[in-house]
Design a protein around this ligand. Sequence first.
Ligand code: CA
Length: 437
Amino acid sequence: MLTIDETHDPALLSWVESANDHADFPIQNLPLGVVSHLGGPGRGAIAIGEMVLDLAALAASGLLEGDAQAAAEAGCGESLNALLALGHLPRRALRRAVSALLAAGSAHRDAIEGLLIPMAQTRPQLPARIGDYSDFYVGIHHAQGVGALFRPDQPLLPNYKHIPIGYHGRASTVRTSDTPLVRPHGQIRDAATGAVRYEPTARLDFELELGLWIARGNPLGSPIPLARAHDHMAGLTLLNDWSARDIQAWEYQPLGPFQSKSFLTTVSPWIVTCEALAPFRLAQPARPQGDPRLLPYLFDEADQAHGALGLELRATLASAAMRRAGTAPLELCRTQARAMYWTLGQMVAHHTANGCALESGDLLGTGTISGAEAGTRGSLLEITRGGADPLALPGGETRTFLEDGDEVALHGRFVAPGRRAIGFGACRGIVMPPALV
Ligand code: CA
């Protein structure tokens, strides 16, 4: 998982000129995705600057061989599940071959140029058929902040530092960026009167998370050891776990979130591969003194040495009035992926520790990634302290939770000293009025 090679060279430039100053997709990134071109069926692709490289056309070009050719062929269809299932060696071979073909000075520029499509002519789709989606709770400052709102005397429950806490989410309602969010209805209990009604949520929230795409699965009954977890990880995406706090507060006991989360989950459409993020690996922050010892299945020296990420995360909000006035979006938070108490590898190891089978294309959310200080909190529940401290927007509006017309966007940037930064692309959504019921 740590192999840094010529594809990561920060001096590497592409003959695709839009890549060279691109915030997200320089030649050092080469994320995998599926796009529809001019309304056609989805096709596997690699993003490079403002262009996408069609994997089916690449596979037919005769320019690849061996593992790289096998990977491109597996990525030809309307989802990348077959490509993800090949694991990291063919994925890496494809990356190295594509990097060489797109690099400035490539002898094959003329052949490849005809296989590129302007990204503006495409619509991103989900990169994989998601069989299952689970959401963890590894952002310890989020767990503490939210816990303190409900249980001031015991913000963190006793299991938090023993178990990577998670629940099974709804795979069928994961969508890519720019899918409108229709304000959901649900059962809501009026705290003052105790009356229970079915009505649109009044406490609609976002959650700033990462999504981990599963590469190879595991057979039922065969846990994935932490030391092998990287073989089963394909890459990352931004993930907004939209949440209805009033529905959640009424329904969550005793079995956890259900309708408060299942109405929509938005992801950025490109998979930033584990190969691309190799230069951005960091040591997992030391567990504070007094924290319980990790059980052996959750401890691995390499995972502790390289399991965290140099990744800056932000969320922004632009109301309809702000967009009409041309006002820049307001930064809601700026945080670091290092605030994860558990690593991605520990999430995979724990998910399968009981023999649960993961499959290629499964999606694991990290949970909200908040920092400890003001300005670093990844949900309005924390930012406004449950609605008690309204947020001032430019232009005089205020917010406790999201209003119709609000647009929330998540942003992520992998950074490391001496390395070319890379990003995810868009993860946005606008809140629409509730459906008539
Ligand atoms: Ca969540």
